[in-house]
Design a protein around this ligand. Structure first.
Ligand SMILES: [Zn+2]
Length: 167
Protein backbone atom coordinates (compact mmCIF):
# COMPACT_ATOMS: atom_id res chain seq x y z
CA UNK A 1 0.00 0.00 0.00
CA UNK A 2 1.52 3.28 -1.10
CA UNK A 3 0.69 6.12 1.29
CA UNK A 4 1.50 8.35 -1.68
CA UNK A 5 3.62 8.30 -4.81
CA UNK A 6 6.59 10.49 -3.91
CA UNK A 7 9.85 8.99 -5.06
CA UNK A 8 11.12 7.97 -1.63
CA UNK A 9 7.94 5.93 -1.13
CA UNK A 10 7.91 4.15 -4.48
CA UNK A 11 11.46 3.45 -5.57
CA UNK A 12 12.46 -0.15 -5.08
CA UNK A 13 8.96 -1.46 -4.46
CA UNK A 14 8.93 -3.65 -7.53
CA UNK A 15 12.56 -4.65 -7.16
CA UNK A 16 11.84 -5.89 -3.66
CA UNK A 17 8.46 -7.45 -4.50
CA UNK A 18 8.41 -8.14 -8.25
CA UNK A 19 5.06 -9.95 -8.30
CA UNK A 20 3.28 -7.86 -5.68
CA UNK A 21 0.00 -6.08 -6.15
CA UNK A 22 -0.09 -2.46 -5.05
CA UNK A 23 -2.67 -0.08 -3.67
CA UNK A 24 -2.84 3.71 -3.95
CA UNK A 25 -5.65 6.21 -3.49
CA UNK A 26 -7.54 6.96 -6.70
CA UNK A 27 -6.97 10.71 -6.28
CA UNK A 28 -3.24 10.09 -5.96
CA UNK A 29 -3.03 8.11 -9.18
CA UNK A 30 -5.21 10.64 -11.02
CA UNK A 31 -3.17 13.59 -9.77
CA UNK A 32 0.16 12.31 -11.02
CA UNK A 33 -1.29 11.21 -14.34
CA UNK A 34 -2.89 14.61 -14.90
CA UNK A 35 -0.23 16.95 -13.43
CA UNK A 36 1.22 17.75 -16.83
CA UNK A 37 2.32 21.22 -15.69
CA UNK A 38 4.84 19.67 -13.27
CA UNK A 39 8.41 19.15 -14.44
CA UNK A 40 8.95 15.63 -15.72
CA UNK A 41 11.61 14.99 -13.09
CA UNK A 42 8.97 15.46 -10.36
CA UNK A 43 6.29 13.29 -12.02
CA UNK A 44 8.52 10.53 -13.34
CA UNK A 45 8.84 8.40 -10.17
CA UNK A 46 5.07 8.30 -9.67
CA UNK A 47 4.41 7.59 -13.34
CA UNK A 48 7.06 4.87 -13.33
CA UNK A 49 5.44 3.20 -10.32
CA UNK A 50 1.97 3.43 -11.88
CA UNK A 51 3.27 1.94 -15.13
CA UNK A 52 5.35 -0.75 -13.46
CA UNK A 53 2.46 -2.07 -11.40
CA UNK A 54 0.00 -1.69 -14.26
CA UNK A 55 -3.12 -3.77 -13.67
CA UNK A 56 -1.71 -4.87 -10.31
CA UNK A 57 -2.12 -1.34 -8.89
CA UNK A 58 -5.58 -1.11 -7.35
CA UNK A 59 -7.03 2.35 -6.76
CA UNK A 60 -8.70 2.69 -3.37
CA UNK A 61 -10.71 5.25 -1.41
CA UNK A 62 -10.57 6.39 2.23
CA UNK A 63 -12.34 4.23 4.79
CA UNK A 64 -11.77 0.93 2.97
CA UNK A 65 -10.53 -2.34 4.42
CA UNK A 66 -8.25 -3.10 1.46
CA UNK A 67 -6.94 -6.36 2.94
CA UNK A 68 -7.91 -8.13 6.15
CA UNK A 69 -7.01 -5.82 9.06
CA UNK A 70 -5.64 -3.09 6.73
CA UNK A 71 -7.73 0.11 6.55
CA UNK A 72 -7.22 3.32 4.60
CA UNK A 73 -7.54 6.66 6.45
CA UNK A 74 -7.88 10.16 4.99
CA UNK A 75 -4.55 11.98 5.33
CA UNK A 76 -4.87 14.20 2.26
CA UNK A 77 -2.84 17.36 1.88
CA UNK A 78 0.77 16.24 1.67
CA UNK A 79 -0.37 14.94 -1.71
CA UNK A 80 -3.92 14.88 -3.10
CA UNK A 81 -4.45 11.21 -2.26
CA UNK A 82 -2.11 10.92 0.71
CA UNK A 83 -3.36 8.00 2.81
CA UNK A 84 -2.68 6.84 6.33
CA UNK A 85 -2.98 3.12 7.04
CA UNK A 86 -4.62 1.70 10.13
CA UNK A 87 -3.67 -1.86 11.01
CA UNK A 88 -6.14 -3.57 13.34
CA UNK A 89 -5.65 -7.06 14.70
CA UNK A 90 -6.54 -8.89 17.90
CA UNK A 91 -7.57 -5.72 19.66
CA UNK A 92 -4.37 -3.88 18.80
CA UNK A 93 -3.89 -1.02 16.38
CA UNK A 94 -1.06 0.78 14.59
CA UNK A 95 -1.55 3.98 12.63
CA UNK A 96 0.97 4.45 9.80
CA UNK A 97 0.82 8.15 8.94
CA UNK A 98 3.08 8.26 5.88
CA UNK A 99 4.39 11.80 5.48
CA UNK A 100 1.79 13.47 7.69
CA UNK A 101 4.80 14.88 9.54
CA UNK A 102 8.55 14.74 8.96
CA UNK A 103 9.88 15.63 12.36
CA UNK A 104 8.66 15.75 15.94
CA UNK A 105 8.91 19.55 15.61
CA UNK A 106 5.73 19.34 13.55
CA UNK A 107 3.95 17.85 16.56
CA UNK A 108 5.05 20.75 18.75
CA UNK A 109 4.11 23.09 15.87
CA UNK A 110 1.36 21.33 13.89
CA UNK A 111 0.88 24.31 11.57
CA UNK A 112 4.44 24.12 10.28
CA UNK A 113 4.56 22.96 6.67
CA UNK A 114 7.22 21.47 4.46
CA UNK A 115 8.07 22.40 0.87
CA UNK A 116 6.82 18.96 -0.14
CA UNK A 117 3.23 19.52 1.03
CA UNK A 118 1.00 19.85 -2.03
CA UNK A 119 -1.85 21.58 -0.15
CA UNK A 120 -0.38 23.04 3.03
CA UNK A 121 -3.70 24.03 4.65
CA UNK A 122 -5.19 20.61 4.07
CA UNK A 123 -2.05 18.86 5.29
CA UNK A 124 -2.22 20.84 8.54
CA UNK A 125 -5.88 19.89 9.02
CA UNK A 126 -5.13 16.21 8.33
CA UNK A 127 -2.10 16.27 10.65
CA UNK A 128 -4.11 17.79 13.51
CA UNK A 129 -7.00 15.34 13.01
CA UNK A 130 -4.78 12.25 12.92
CA UNK A 131 -2.64 13.35 15.86
CA UNK A 132 -5.67 14.28 17.97
CA UNK A 133 -7.20 10.89 17.31
CA UNK A 134 -3.96 9.00 18.03
CA UNK A 135 -3.51 10.95 21.27
CA UNK A 136 -7.12 10.58 22.37
CA UNK A 137 -7.20 6.81 21.82
CA UNK A 138 -3.51 6.21 22.62
CA UNK A 139 -2.99 4.52 19.25
CA UNK A 140 0.68 3.75 18.48
CA UNK A 141 1.95 5.57 15.40
CA UNK A 142 4.49 4.78 12.70
CA UNK A 143 5.99 7.79 10.90
CA UNK A 144 8.43 7.14 8.04
CA UNK A 145 10.74 10.08 8.51
CA UNK A 146 11.23 9.95 12.27
CA UNK A 147 14.33 8.22 13.62
CA UNK A 148 14.28 4.47 13.05
CA UNK A 149 12.07 2.57 13.70
CA UNK A 150 9.71 5.54 13.58
CA UNK A 151 7.34 4.14 16.17
CA UNK A 152 5.90 6.12 19.04
CA UNK A 153 2.89 7.49 20.83
CA UNK A 154 1.37 10.93 20.72
CA UNK A 155 0.27 13.07 23.64
CA UNK A 156 -1.93 16.14 23.47
CA UNK A 157 0.09 19.09 24.75
CA UNK A 158 -1.92 22.30 24.94
CA UNK A 159 -3.01 22.94 21.38
CA UNK A 160 -0.09 20.90 20.06
CA UNK A 161 1.33 17.41 20.58
CA UNK A 162 4.33 15.62 22.06
CA UNK A 163 6.05 12.58 20.55
CA UNK A 164 7.11 9.70 22.77
CA UNK A 165 9.35 7.25 20.85
CA UNK A 166 8.76 3.55 21.34
CA UNK A 167 5.64 1.53 22.01
ZN1 LIG B 1 6.11 12.59 0.62
Amino acid sequence: MFTHLHEDHTRGALAAFPTASGFAHAAEVAYWKEATSLPDVRRRPALDAIAAFGDRLREVEYGEEILPHVHTVDAAGHTPGHTAILLRSRGERLLCVGDSFYDSLQLAHPAWRTPWDHDAERSVRSRRRLLAWAADENVPVHAYHLPFPGLGRVELWGDAFAWHPGL
